[in-house]
Structure formats: structure tokens, C-alpha cells
Design a protein around this ligand. Structure first.
Ligand code: ARG
Ligand code: GLU
Length: 725
């Protein structure tokens, strides 16, 4: 909240930058649906949009927004039938599909199709949220702030206002409300939502379709992944949210999307509606420089090592493959994204471009004495703050990725609060048994996906990296022990840790927790893994945390001013706010691209490409025989076009993580695909959108229907959809 400082002063200076843009805009931007009225809709209409801003978003009557949901907190889903049927990605439904899978019913491997509503599977904890309305509450949030307030007072006043607005917004309803800052605290918006908790699994293709290409193809084009799954929202008899009950009935949504078989041709308008998670488009050059040169290289380097060790073990052991599949996917997803991001940012010379922009900005600032006073020091201050941040930025990656990359250390950290309570003496009665019991409850699940020998190898490699790459200033005290007792032999030290710690052994940790009393803290302190964890923690808290976050705080405060200044400077430009998991719309068009000299990528892929990639000896490229048969007999039904069955296509919509599962909608408001990824170079769009190389990757809806109907034989599901030829 510190970023909220000085906002009142600024807000009074806001020059609203609500102007129509001249002729053509690049497809950059993730717009709040309420901003559409300020955009030049005529331009989109020229490009093929047949809907009005009001049909896309309205609070007075049903609009497209009513067909789009936040799915499970981190993805997007869309309603595609009057009976609450929801479409999202396979990787968004993955956890639910996995939770219903067992050796006998392996839905991950074989797919799952409920043949009737009775067979649909409930998923405790899974929810979808509908947006009821958005409201600009900037004035109310800042009403009681004053220019000469201290930072802390300002924060208090703002938080109080936010809480009050949120409370009043949902009084007497079963809605939820949240106020979020935009443009680095220059504006605030209220979001009122309605959440349904009975969401059941309806269908999913086998992973060999839904995850075809796996991590090998992830973030890459050309792509051939059938990344979709189906769920259904249930409500009580009054169509209202209710906890799971067999009495619940399918939700009758206000709105659902018709599905079009017309497909996607180059140049067709595409609209992506969804919940992008986080972007940073307005950073100064120094910030991008730090990301490209310090942060990304450090985390890529560390993860490359960890992943290679996971790979080794997953290769030779099926058990380890299952244990580490999900961890591996998560670590690899970020790792590969950062590699692509750095490539893209370098190709586009993002740092150079930002520097140039800043020079122009500085020249604009220097034009008047008022601007000079207000904004004159911003750029040089950013430069010096980011310079000061360098050592901590690197160190923080080594703590999070390397030290906590050792699963045993990460696990021991979970016990720190139990330890503190036990030695602190100021605990409330019952605290200690409560924490111990909750840790005990987690033991089984934690060790189910833990392989001690893999972690031992990771530990050796991570410690080696840590002591090799880091400034000795950040070494934990155990480093001296390694030198003295183990003669500097890190492997021997790691073996000693793993041979003597309870934190790498399910039985030992279980019995330790079962008989836990405050006195047991002694044993924890003596545990070598716990001691090393505390060693790391001490360095982190004393030498990194306050410096890193202290500087970050200053930067964030300045960003409020810098954001404001950028909007004043380009007052004829319509600014879009950074993504923050609120509902957004982005406009684009189906398009091909050329990532490098002499390389050209077509904008669509077909089933023929799946056949070309199939290699049963590589896990990621196995495909079901039935799919091969359908291809060979060209049995595509109404979904193919002659000999061609379309699979995926690329478009120019500005998207990010969270847009997974987002509907891709044509100019008529019909569903033509599901967003699920971006091209590798294009992942730079979180920092800077480059129209030449940023593409979102979309699963063609015709492939979805083909798989449901022809592959799975679940054509009854199509009957409730509105399919337009
Ligand atoms: N890259 C996509 C996203 O960021 C898909 C991730 C899931 N797939 C995977 N192979 N890890 O979420
Ligand atoms: N796969 C991402 C997600 O889960 C979307 C891809 C992206 O980051 O653009 O949201």
C-alpha cells in the first residue's frame, strides 16, 4: 500500500487521456470492459466487429461478460450452453482431472466423459466467479487523504475507505467485493462478483491429446495441443450459488457463447475476454535491464540445473516420473517463459527502446519548470535505485530458487513457526498442538511426491551453485562447518544432511510430530537440515530482505508518479492498466509471423502436423490410435474442411498467464477458439508488446468439437450447445 502515497495530490492533477486514436492502433492492450466506451469502436467495427460496446459489457442488460468466468482463481472459462456447461483448458482442469484419477480409472491417461449429468464429478475447492459490475471508486478511496499526511496515515485512511466501499457494495447480497489499485495507485476500481462453488467435471480428452507436445512444445509454435476440458456449474433451485449438493441443478446462465464452425482466417478480428494475471508495461529502462541481465539469467541458470536432475531421475523411474510430473511442469513453465522473454526483449532491443523513450520523456519534462520540479528527478533516481538493487536482486533469486529449490530446506521452513512458538514462550495455549497437528496432516501428501535421492542430488547441486555464484557475504554460517568438518566437500556435507535429518523421511517426521511438545524444539534445532534452513533464513532476513524490499518500496512509490507523468506526457494516447487478475478484453486479428531471418510461421496447424510429430518412444509425442484412424479415414464430420482438420491458430491479442481458457470470439460474438499459450519470443509482451513477434496461441474450436464428437463419441454434449455453421 505504500505505493498509494501522494495519490491525492496526483489525482487532482489527472488529465484524463480519453481521446480517440487516429486511424490504426497496434493490438497492444488489455482493456477493462468499462473502458470500451472510450476506445474507438468504429476502428474495430471496420475490422469486422459487429457488436456494440454495450453488447460486450453492460450492467443493465445481459452482455458477453456474463458468459466469461474466473475459473479456479487462476484461469478463465466460458459458458457454452444454457445448462451451465463451461469450457476451459486441459491444463486449467488438470488438478481436478488428476484428483479423480487412480490406477483403475486413469482419467489423465484415458480421458473422461460423463455420459449423463449423474456421472459428472464434483470438485471440492473448485469455484467460478462471475463479474456483476465494475465501478470507478478513485474519488471515494482518496477522499480523506491529505497532502501532508505521513505515509502510514495515508495508508490507513485509504485502507479504511476501501474496506467501507467493499462492505457497502455487497450489503444484503451474497456477492463478493474487491477494490483494486490501477496505474500504480492512480486509480481504484471496485469489482463485485458472484461465486459458484459446485463445479463438476464433465469431460476431458486423454493427456496425449490435451497435453500433446507437453513441456517440449510448451510456449512454442507450431503447436498441436488439444488443450481443453469441460465442466458444469451447479446452482440451487433458485439458480443461486450453493455448496455442493446432489439436489443442486445445472446453472441457467444469463448468457452463453454460441460456437461457430466458420473458423479463423488470416486478418479475421479476434477478441479475447478473460482474467490476465500480471504485466509490467510501464517500467523504466533500468528495471527491464535488471530483469534481462540479472533476474532472468539467475533463475534460468538455477532452474536449468534442477530440471536436468529431475529429468535424469524421471527418465529411469516411472514412480519418480509420476511424483515429479507436476512439479517439473510448473518449474519448466516459468523457466521456458523467461528464456523466451529474454530472447524477445533482446531481439526487439527493449532496453534501447526504453532508454530512447526516456530521453524523449526527459526532454518533455525539462520543457517547463513545474514539470521539472515534479518529475525532473524520476529517471536518474530510478537508475540509481536499480543500481543499488543489483546485488539483492541476484541474491533473492539464489535464496528462492537455489536454497528453497532444495525440497528439504523448503519443507523445514514450514516448521519455523512451530519452532518459534515453541521457544518463544508467548504462545496462546493450544497454539503448539494446533500447528503440529496441521503439519502432521500434511505429511502424507508431501511425501507422496517426494523422492529423497532426487532431492539429495538437487541439494548437492544447489549448494554448489550457491557457494560458487554468490558473494561470501551471503553465505550461511554452515559454510564454515563445510570447510572445517568436511574439508570443503559439499557432497559429503549434503550426504550428512540427508543421512541425519528427519525432514527427508516420512516416518521420522511423522513420529516427531505425533509426540510433539514445546520441548521437541530442541531436537529441531539440532537437526542439520533445520539448522541450514535457519542459517539461510538468518542471512536472508538480516542482509537481504530489508534492503531489497526497502528499495523496492521506494521504486513503487516513484512508479505512481512516473505512471502519472507518462499519461500526462502522452495525453492523446489511451492507456491500458497493467494486468491484475481483473476482467479484460484484448482485440487482435488472426495472423502469421516471422521470428527470425528466413523463418516464416503459418498461422494455423492441422491434424496432419499431429501425425508428423507422433513418436511413441517420446512421452510427450504419443497419441491415441483412434486419432490416427480418424485422420487416416479423414472422418472429420462437419468440423473439417475437405482433407484438413484444423487444430490451433495464432492471433495478435495481448494476453498473459490467467488468459488460459479465455474465449477467443469473432466479430459476431461467436466462439472460434480457446486461448492457451503464447509463442516463445512473444512472452516479452508482459514487459513490452511487439506487434512483429507477439502472438497468442489458440485452440481451434472445431478441433474441440471434433474430439468431443468423433474421438470421444460424446456428441450428446454438442446438443446443448448452439453451433452455427
Ligand atoms: N504455457 C502455458 C501457460 O503458461 C501452459 C502451461 C501448462 N503446460 C505445460 N506444459 N507446463 O500456462
Ligand atoms: N498458459 C497460460 C495460462 O495458464 C497462458 C499463456 C500466457 O501466459 O499467455 O494462463
Amino acid at each position: 500500500m505504500v505505493l498509494l502515497r501522494r495519490m491525492k495530490r496526483l489525482s487532482t492533477l489527472i488529465i484524463l487521456s480519453i481521446f480517440l486514436l487516429s486511424n490504426s492502433r497496434a493490438d497492444e492492450g488489455m482493456w477493462l470492459p468499462t473502458m470500451l466506451g472510450k476506445l474507438d469502436m468504429a476502428e474495430y467495427q471496420q475490422k469486422g466487429l459487429r457488436l456494440t460496446a454495450d453488447q460486450i459489457y453492460s450492467i443493465n442488460h445481459n452482455s458477453l461478460k456474463d458468459a466469461v468466468v474466473l475459473f479456479g482463481g487462476g484461469c478463465t472459462g466460458e459458458l457454452i450452453s444454457p445448462e451451465g456447461l463451461i469450457l476451459t483448458n486441459h491444463h486449467c482442469g488438470f488438478g481436478s482431472i488428476q484428483s479423480h484419477s487412480s490406477l483403475e480409472n486413469d482419467y489423465l491417461t484415458d480421458g473422461f466423459w460423463a455420459k449423463s449429468k449423474e456421472e459428472e464429478l464434483p470438485n471440492p475447492g473448485l469455484y467460478v466467479s462471475f463479474l456483476i459490475r465494475i465501478e470507478d471508486v478513485t474519488a471515494q478511496v482518496l477522499a480523506d487523504t491529505e497532502d501532508n499526511m505521513t505515509e502510514a496515515d495515508r495508508e490507513k485512511v485509504i485502507l479504511k475507505a476501501i474496506r467501507q466501499i467493499e462492505e457497502e457494495a455487497v450489503k444484503g447480497t451474497q456477492y463478493q467485493a474487491e477494490v483494486k489499485p490501477f496505474f500504480y495507485g492512480n486509480e481504484f476500481y471496485l469489482f463485485v462478483t458472484e461465486t459458484y462453488n459446485d463445479v463438476r467435471l464433465v469431460g476431458a480428452p486423454p493427456s496425449s491429446i490435451g497435453k500433446f507436445g507437453g513441456d517440449t512444445d510448451n510456449w512454442m509454435w507450431p503447436r498441436h495441443t488439444g488443450d481443453f476440458s469441460l465442466f458444469r456449474v451447479y446452482a440451487n433451485k433458485d439458480n443461486k450459488p450453493a455448496a455442493y449438493s446432489p439436489e443442486n441443478v445445472p446453472l441457467k446462465p444469463k448468457m452463453f457463447l454460441p460456437v461457430s464452425l466458420k473458423g479463423a482466417k488470416k486478418g479475421d478480428l479476434t477478441m479475447v475476454y478473460g482474467f490476465p494475471g500480471s504485466t509490467s508495461e510501464y517500467l523504466p529502462a533500468a528495471a527491464v535491464e535488471q530483469l534481462v541481465n540479472i533476474t532472468n539469467p539467475a533463475r534460468i541458470r538455477i532452474r536449468t540445473k534442477r530440471l536436468s536432475l529431475f529429468d535424469e531421475d524421471m527418465e529411469y523411474s516411472r514412480a519418480v516420473r509420476i511424483q515429479y510430473a507436476s512439479k517439473h511442469a510448473g518449474i519448466a513453465n516459468g523457466w521456458k517463459k523467461w528464456i523466451g522473454q529474454n530472447k524477445g526483449l533482446k531481439t526487439a532491443d527493449a532496453i534501447g527502446q526504453k532508454r530512447l523513450q526516456q530521453q524523449e520523456f526527459q526532454a518533455w519534462v525539462d520543457e517547463t519548470p513545474e514539470r521539472k520540479t515534479k518529475y525532473g528527478k524520476l529517471i536518474p533516481t530510478f537508475d540509481s535505485l536499480y543500481l543499488a538493487l543489483v546485488p539483492y536482486s541476484k541474491a533473492i533469486q539464489y535464496f528462492y530458487e537455489a536454497a528453497l529449490g532444495i525440497e528439504a530446506i523448503d519443507y523445514a521452513l514450514d516448521f519455523q513457526s512451530l519452532y518459534m512458538k515453541s521457544v518463544g514462550g508467548n504462545e496462546k495455549p493450544g497454539d503448539i498442538p494446533k500447528i503440529a497437528a496441521s503439519l502432521l496432516a500434511g505429511v502424507k501428501g508431501r511425501f507422496k511426491n517426494y523422492n529423497q535421492e532426487t532431492d539429495r542430488k538437487v541439494c548437492k547441486a544447489m549448494l554448489d551453485m550457491f557457494f560458487h555464484d554468490m558473494d561470501p557475504e551471503y553465505f550461511p554460517v554452515q559454510y564454515a562447518v563445510i570447510q572445517k568438518k568436511f574439508k570443503g566437500d559439499i557432497d559429503q556435507y549434503a550426504d550428512y544432511l540427508f543421512d541425519n535429518s528427519i525432514f527427508v523421511d516420512q516416518e521420522k517426521v511423522t513420529s516427531f510430530l505425533t509426540s510433539y511438545t514445546a520441548k521437541s524444539a530442541k531436537k529441531m534445532k539440532a537437526d542439520p537440515v533445520f539448522a541450514l534452513m535457519q542459517g539461510f533464513l538468518r542471512v536472508y532476513t538480516s542482509k537481504i530482505q530489508s534492503s531489497f524490499f526497502g528499495i523496492q518500496e521506494e521504486i513503487t512509490m516513484l512508479m505512481t508518479d512516473y505512471m502519472q507523468a507518462q499519461r500526462e506526457w502522452k495525453s492523446d494516447k489511451m492507456f491500458y492498466p497493467d494486468a491484475n487478475s481483473t476482467m479484460r478484453i484484448s482485440f487482435g486479428a488472426v495472423n502469421d509471423y516471422s521470428p527470425r531471418d528466413a523463418i516464416y510461421y503459418n498461422y494455423f496447424t492441422t491434424l496432419k502436423g499431429v501425425m508428423e510429430k507422433i513418436d511413441s518412444s517420446i512421452y510427450d509425442y504419443a497419441a491415441p490410435q483412434k486419432l490416427v484412424d480418424l485422420y487416416e479415414t479423414k472422418d472429420f464430420g462437419p468440423y473439417g474442411s475437405g482433407d484438413t482438420m484444423f487444430v490451433c491458430f495464432t492471433s495478435t491479442n495481448h494476453t498473459t498467464g490467467g488468459n488460459s481458457g479465455s474465449p477467443v470470439i469473432n466479430g459476431n460474438g461467436e466462439l472460434i477458439g480457446i486461448n492457451f499459450d503464447r509463442n516463445w519470443e512473444g512472452t516479452m509482451s508482459d514487459i513490452m508488446y511487439d506487434p512483429a513477434q507477439c502472438r497468442n496461441i489458440v485452440l481451434d474450436i472445431r478441433y474441440v468439437l471434433f474430439i468431443i464428437d468423433k474421438f470421444a463419441g460424446a456428441s450428446y454434449l454438442l446438443e446443448e450447445m448452439e453451433i452455427r455453421k
